[in-house]
Design a protein around this ligand. Structure first.
Ligand SMILES: *[C@@H]1O[C@H](CO)[C@@H](O)[C@H](O)[C@H]1NC(C)=O
Ligand SMILES: *[C@@H]1O[C@H](CO)[C@@H](O)[C@H](O)[C@H]1NC(C)=O
Ligand SMILES: *[C@@H]1O[C@H](CO)[C@@H](O)[C@H](O)[C@H]1NC(C)=O
Ligand SMILES: *[C@@H]1O[C@H](CO)[C@@H](O)[C@H](O)[C@H]1NC(C)=O
Ligand SMILES: *[C@@H]1O[C@H](CO)[C@@H](O)[C@H](O)[C@H]1NC(C)=O
Length: 624
């Protein structure tokens, strides 16, 4: 290794001696700058140096410890999109003739923005004119997210390194001292560079940040901070209140642009707030926006200050809305067993009756007794039915054996009957927790309603997944009828009175639930999400130079608990259930429905049988 290093150094010395160059300060400067970052770096150099100088720079850079690549490029490189943009460090020399054009092209392809880094070797300067930026780059716009170091040589072979940026296009330059370089001491960075670019350039000096907001109620325009009418524009107010500290953090003033909707994709364009960010001149969106794929392409999503959830909320419906209560007390197997039991008993009764009949046949007197059970299927069935329904029967078996059978029959059904009626009483008062998914909701008897907001109208309208589409088309906006969009207040009141599921912003809806519902009505509230992902974000203009500052500011607001405070202040949580079972509900028609249906069928069957009987009799008469 030593020998190899020695060899390399002697080759370099030989090269230097051969080409007659003195120590090239520019190359040493470049090497020191590259060395001073701990990032992986691919150096892109657009220079007009002699090849010997280029080779030398390459050799020096390649011998550094960090992974490096070096590439010498011509002006056409600027039109390409490099692979690992965050590694790129572009080096260029203002003393070269083509550089001005190169820089202008770079500016038009946004190469001065994050994450590119630049080192521009400027023309030698006088100490006196150190504050100004060279005339070649004066018209360019290095904005706040640029990372451009200008290195200019002073008289004494040393360099002064500065970073220059503008707060907004065409404004004045602001320079930061990056450091100095001298042949003796190498690179000396200033203390400024210890903090990151986005935190040290965050001072807007009172300049306005244009903020777009969605205002649905004109009263909110004058003071979005005001919470006296908490139900108007709640989302706007909560997002505004949780982004407001950012103006202080950035030392900026507020300037609002109001839109009437969030902005949805239609025929290649957006409306509302998204349009203010894409074609208008808003920099930040102060109202949270639901993240969708098409919006991701046109705006940058920053942070989610307050999770807002929009869901179907409903009270658990009574059990009878989903089931036939009269079948529920026994499990299916028990029902089958009972059926078998009835059959077996009928058989036994029949045999018993037959036997008794035979035995008593000799005794002519017994023939007259009308209360004796005859071995006749219809008589026996009537007896069993009377036992099942807890009634008596005037016929009976007369022998000891027969009486024991009858006793067992009545006892068994007495016990079953007590179990059944006890269970029905409990079931009549209980509620169903069987609605758990959207398809349950679709197939349930619940009515559906949706809070009337632009986002609900849009997202419900474009639903393409089969179940969601079916819900929209059959239950929310059925063809030829009024779509069931309603104000949140109306919806919550309906939720209280009827079997109804309401899609609402939970935080606001629960506030109304707290206001209107009785204690026992707050029990059994269920939620089902309809919109896939309703995570909402504060957004900014795509490729905004202030994006990182906004992000840091918003995260700080969140980390300091300010958004959380607003969340607790504005949105209500799901109300706790303190009085479950304290309520009493009368049996309603829905509970009772199966019984009526059975009665109806019974009547129909009776008439049918009557008709058959009449017909049969006529036939018999006719045959006679
Ligand atoms: C430095 O500035 C002074 C006065 O502004 C000027 O006379 C001198 O020529 C300049 N030197 C160089 C190297 O530009
Ligand atoms: C900046 O100035 C240039 C030239 O004067 C002009 O074309 C451009 O529109 C200006 N940009 C802004 C954002 O004002
Ligand atoms: C904030 O901006 C004002 C100008 O509006 C300026 O006077 C003040 O010094 C700035 N504050 C800080 C901390 O930079
Ligand atoms: C709100 O104010 C704007 C402009 O002042 C007006 O165009 C709009 O019609 C108003 N909206 C309502 C609901 O009053
Ligand atoms: C969108 O395009 C369709 C046809 O391509 C047209 O019928 C409709 O009017 C357009 N809508 C808007 C808002 O431009």
């Amino acid at each position: 290794m030593k020998i190899f290093q020695f060899g390399l150094i002697s080759i370099l010395c030989a090269l230097r001696a051969f080409s007659g160059l003195k120590v090239d300060h520019v190359i040493e400067l470049v090497v020191d700058v590259v060395k001073s970052t701990d990032k992986a770096t691919s150096v892109i150099a657009h220079v007009c140096w002699r090849s010997s100088k280029q080779i030398k720079m390459m050799t020096r850079l390649m011998s550094l410890y960090n992974p490096k690549t070096v590439q010498f490029v011509n002006k056409y490189w600027i039109a390409t999109e490099p692979m690992f943009q965050e590694r790129v460090l572009v080096i260029t020399d203002l003393n070269c003739p083509e550089t001005k054009e190169f820089l202008e092209k770079a500016s038009s392809t946004k190469k001065f923005a994050l994450p590119y880094r630049w080192l521009i070797i400027g023309k030698p300067i006088n100490e006196s004119s150190a504050a100004a930026v060279s005339i070649e780059i004066d018209s360019l716009n290095f904005l706040t997210d640029s990372d451009v170091v200008l290195a200019q040589m002073k008289d004494d072979d040393s360099f002064i390194l500065r970073m220059a940026y503008k707060m907004k296009p065409n404004s004045t330059w602001i320079t930061e001292k990056f450091g100095t370089w001298s042949p003796q001491d190498g690179l000396k960075k200033t203390e400024l560079t210890h903090s990151s670019i986005s935190t040290r350039r965050k001072n807007f000096d009172g300049a306005p940040i244009k903020t777009a907001m969605v205002i649905l109620d004109n009263k909110t325009r004058s003071d979005p901070y005001d919470l006296t009418d908490i139900l108007a524009d709640t989302v706007t107010k909560s997002s505004f209140r949780s982004t407001d500290p950012i103006y202080g953090y950035l030392n900026a003033t507020k300037s609002f642009i109001f839109s009437e909707t969030w902005g949805y994709y239609k025929n290649g364009t957006y409306g509302g707030m998204v349009a203010e960010l894409t074609v208008g001149d808003a920099e930040l969106a102060g109202t949270v926006l639901i993240a969708t794929q098409d919006r991701m392409e046109v705006v940058d999503f920053l942070s989610c200050p307050i999770p807002i959830s929009v869901k179907f909320v409903f009270r658990e419906p009574p059990l009878s809305y989903q089931n036939n209560l009269f079948l529920l007390p026994f499990k299916t197997s028990v029902w089958y067993c009972m059926g078998a039991f009835v059959l077996v008993l009928t058989l036994i009764l029949y045999i018993n009756a037959l036997w008794e009949h035979k035995k008593l046949e000799k005794n002519k007197m017994n023939e007259m007794d009308p209360t004796a059970l005859k071995p006749n299927i219809s008589e026996i069935v009537i007896l069993v039915l009377s036992a099942v329904s807890q009634q008596g029967s005037y016929t009976e078996l007369k022998g000891t054996l027969g009486r024991i059978v009858m006793f067992i029959l009545f006892l068994a059904f007495l016990l079953l009957y007590s179990a059944y009626s006890a269970s029905i009483v409990a079931l009549l008062q209980s509620s169903s927790n069987q609605i758990r998914t959207l398809s349950d909701l679709l197939n349930s008897r619940l009515e559906l309603g949706v809070e009337d907001t632009p986002y609900n109208r849009y997202f419900f309208g474009i639903a393409s997944e089969p179940i969601r589409k079916a819900i929209y088309q059959t239950k929310i906006a059925p063809e030829g009828r009024k779509a069931r969009f309603m104000s949140i207040e109306q919806g919550v009141k309906k939720l209280q009175k009827e079997p109804f599921a309401f899609n609402m912003n939970k935080g606001i809806g629960y506030r109304l639930v707290e206001r209107y519902f009785h204690e026992h009505e707050k029990c059994g509230l269920q939620e089902i999400a309809y919109l896939d992902d309703t995570k909402t974000y504060i957004t900014c203009r795509k490729h905004s130079p202030y994006k990182e500052m906004f992000k840091i500011g918003l995260f700080r607001i969140k980390e300091h608990g300010l958004s959380d405070r607003e969340d607790r202040l504005i949105y209500a949580r799901k109300p706790a259930c303190h009085a479950r079972g304290g309520s009493f509900g009368s049996v309603n028609m829905v509970d009772f429905h199966p019984v009526l249906v059975m009665y109806l069928y019974g009547i129909m069957l009776a008439f049918l049988l009557l008709a058959i009987e009449i017909l049969a009799h006529r036939k018999i008469d006719f045959q006679r």
